[in-house]
Design a protein. Structure first.
Length: 234
């Protein structure tokens, strides 16, 4: 890159950053920004939950977010078959459900998404392929509304996006925040069950201290690190 084009690129980047800083102070402006740039919001914080849920949709981007690919590889490497799995954040790619079907003894996976478009994609995948639904169910729901009474016991729980999506202004509509969500999922782990986190998440900074505290208090202990993932047991 020439000095000239480097200067232009860094000017453009800093201009875009300045625009975003102003725009993202107001949900209305933030929504307008996403409409005008034909882009999809990645977090609900700037645009509000309704807009996020209606318009967000996450395609597979392992270079930015390798957690689902690593999770699938981890299941294969550890020969985790025929188990009951909870998965936070399916993405529109639904790779976990699609790859799981290829295992000789597929796992029973319950995934969750807060995105209308990701859920619609799940529905159309199930219509195209009647076998998918047999081992892969996807709830369209806010994970923070789940309760122990509404869930079965699990052998594996992935909470990769912990810390990313909780909004304090939504507290009246949900049962949990990030910390109580972890406690609830720990209560749903079968003996020997594993709970997986993704420290590369943008939300990890908000929850890392709490996870360390759980470990320090002996509520969980780390049993493995697999690529981008941390694996704990009770
Ligand atoms: C950044 S995407 C990542 C998707 C996938 N795990 C991946 O890494 O490719 C975040 C995922 O979390 C889901 N999500 C966001 N907020 C949620 C919430 N409150 N409850 C349930 N799922 C939520 C989104 O719908 C989306 O599937």
């Amino acid at each position: 890159m020439t000095t000239n084009s480097y200067t232009q690129t860094s000017l453009f980047t800093s201009l875009r950053k300045n625009i975003r800083e102003v725009v993202f102070k107001s949900p209305q402006l933030a929504r307008l920004y996403y409409r005008m740039t034909f882009s999809r919001p990645v977090l609900p914080h700037w645009v509000g939950n309704n807009y996020y849920r209606e318009t967000s949709s996450w395609e597979l981007k392992p270079h930015l977010c390798p957690c689902d690919v690593d999770f699938m590889q981890y299941l294969e490497q550890e020969q985790i078959h025929n188990k009951t799995i909870f998965h936070f954040g399916t993405g529109s790619h639904h790779i976990l459900g699609l790859e799981n079907r290829k295992l000789t003894a597929a796992n029973q996976i319950l995934g969750i998404t807060a995105s209308v478009l990701e859920h619609q994609k799940y529905v159309s995948l199930c219509q195209e392929n009647r076998h998918l639904n047999k081992y892969y169910k996807v709830l369209f729901a806010d994970i923070y509304t789940l309760t122990a009474a509404a869930l079965p016991m699990f052998d594996i729980v992935s909470l990769f996006h912990l810390g990313e999506f909780y909004l304090t202004e939504e507290a009246d509509f949900v049962h949990h925040d990030d910390q109580s969500l972890v406690k609830m999922f720990l209560s749903k782990l079968n003996p020997g069950g594993r709970i997986l986190f993704y420290p590369g998440s943008v939300g990890w900074g908000k929850v890392a201290e709490f996870i360390d505290k759980c470990e320090y208090q002996g509520k969980i202990h780390k049993v493995a690190e697999y690529n981008s993932l941390l694996v704990y047991q009770k």
